[in-house]
Design a protein around this ligand. Structure first.
Ligand code: EPU
Length: 440
């Protein structure tokens, strides 16, 4: 991964007030870009967020032969008349999880592909076994190398299959969707993930001519069609960015209106925000967030949609350091998503980690020695400190910690944050944060 463009110096204890505009969802737009590979026709994606991750995925598509034309600064038209090369460089190994989603489209277009492996990351091992088992069931022949995976399919292409996912994985569901829309026959995915970002991908595929139905009990049925056509689509707003600014508004005792935020996308988050002491209002432009009363603790268990999402966990933990009493957070989606707590404790927070499934039912990580539960004792004043961001979502937690801490915190590892948040420093400054960017 590239290096930081700058560090942030944040001076805390200022209430944030004003309005910010939510960007298009990172975890939707990147998949919409992959979907454009399924057709020779032009596809137009509008409302594209200005985040590093989009640039990385566009670079991958350009390598494969996609023509990329910016219509305006947020609208991109992509046309893949021919696949120039059906394989992506191993240099992309470990970069992100997008190449594995290209397997199905590239098999349909070229019959074979070699794709770099995503690798583990700081939040967990993140294997791709569900992806590969699903593709094998659809007739793909797969050879795994240390940093890449080679896949090919017989001349008559991928065939439908009935696949039951061991866990409702977002990526595996998307992978199978992107593979099944052009496969022969009707594919059934049971125990599928149904996150709003997946629904967004389904809407784009439907526009392209696909037949996908989302049925009860996590079943998705895909009737393969012979051909897909171009489409124009705008990704849904980023519900993780909305929750991040909401938590920052409440934690600093301010009021932030997030323009473009949609209540339905954050309904579960809003319940917890209210239980902690935050409030929201539906405005003519989006949602406004503020602190309504003294903050109180809550028990929270992260889960797949429609549960409390794992990417909302980190801002909430920082908020809970300011609540009076003990909160329990049980992370059930990733085994290792509390690594960031240590630096918060160094700032004065009282967060204790546990390998037990605290405050909820036993999860996949029970008895497996992963520190996946946390007890947060508050309220604890925070002192400014040097902070090194370990991953994207921990990054916003550190921003929040710096915003409520006494003194000036210097934050490095900002490249992780800027992968997925659009202009975080500029948006925070626009609502009154004392944040300085220092070039490195
Ligand atoms: N899993 C497996 N095998 C697989 C696939 C997943 O064991 O083949 C496990 C994972 O290790 C994890 C769980 O299943 O424990 C859930 O993983 P999932 O596949 O649902 O996650 P993902 O598709 O890799 C996306 C987002 C994440 C977000 C999760 C959950 C993208 C690019 N990433 O990851 O976003 O946390 O869904 O909602 O869409 C982020 O934006 O910072 C981020 C990490």
């Amino acid at each position: 991964m590239s290096s930081d463009r700058h560090r942030y110096a944040i001076t805390g204890r200022r209430p944030l007030s004003g309005a910010v505009e939510v960007a298009g969802a990172k975890n939707a737009v990147t998949k919409l870009l992959v979907a454009t590979l399924l057709t020779e026709d032009p596809c137009t994606i509008s409302g594209v967020p200005k985040i590093a991750e989009v640039g990385i995925v566009l670079g991958m598509l350009a390598d494969l032969g996609t023509g990329i034309e910016w219509v305006d600064d947020r609208t991109v038209r992509l046309t893949t008349r021919h696949i120039a090369t059906a394989s992506l460089s191993e240099a992309y190994s470990g970069v992100n999880r997008i190449p594995i989603l290209m397997m199905g489209p590239l098999l349909h277009r070229a019959g074979e592909t070699t794709i770099p492996l995503p690798g583990g990351c700081r939040i967990g091992k993140r294997p791709i076994d569900f992806h590969l088992a699903g593709l094998r069931a659809m007739g793909a022949q797969i050879t795994e190398q240390p940093r890449s995976v080679s896949v090919k399919v017989a001349a008559d292409g991928l065939r439908a299959a009935h696949i039951t996912l061991p866990y409702p994985s977002v990526g595996a569901t998307e992978n199978l969707l992107l593979s099944a829309v052009l496969a022969r026959g009707t594919t059934i995915i049971d125990n599928a993930a149904v996150e709003p970002e997946i629904m967004d991908l389904i809407l784009m595929l439907q526009q392209m001519g696909a037949l996908v139905s989302v049925e009860v009990d996590r079943r998705i049925v895909i009737e393969g069609v012979p051909r897909l056509r171009g489409a124009s689509h705008r990704p849904l707003p980023d519900r993780i960015e909305v929750a991040s600014f909401a938590a920052a508004a409440v934690a600093t005792g301010g009021r932030i209106e997030v323009i473009g935020a949609v209540q339905e996308h954050v309904a579960t988050f809003l319940n917890y925000l209210r239980k902690v002491g935050g409030e929201f209002e539906v405005t003519s432009r989006g949602l406004a967030f503020y602190q309504a009363r003294e903050l109180t603790p809550v028990p929270v268990q992260t889960d797949v949609h429609p549960g409390y999402m794992t990417d909302w966990q980190q801002p909430l933990v920082v908020l809970l350091t300011q609540a009076s009493g003990a909160s329990v957070i049980h992370e059930t989606v990733y085994e290792n998503r509390f690594g960031y707590a240590e630096q918060l404790n160094a700032m004065g927070a009282g967060i204790a980690l546990s390998t037990a499934c605290l405050g909820g039912k036993a999860c996949r990580f029970a008895l497996r020695d992963f520190q996946h539960s946390a007890v947060v004792i508050g309220p604890t004043p925070l002192r400014a400190g040097p902070l090194e961001i370990p991953d994207l979502r921990a990054g916003f937690a550190y921003i929040m910690a710096a915003l409520i801490a006494d003194g000036t915190s210097v934050i490095t590892g900002t490249r992780y944050l800027e992968r997925g948040y659009e202009d975080p420093a500029g948006k925070l400054r626009s609502v009154g944060a004392a944040i300085e960017t220092i070039p490195v």
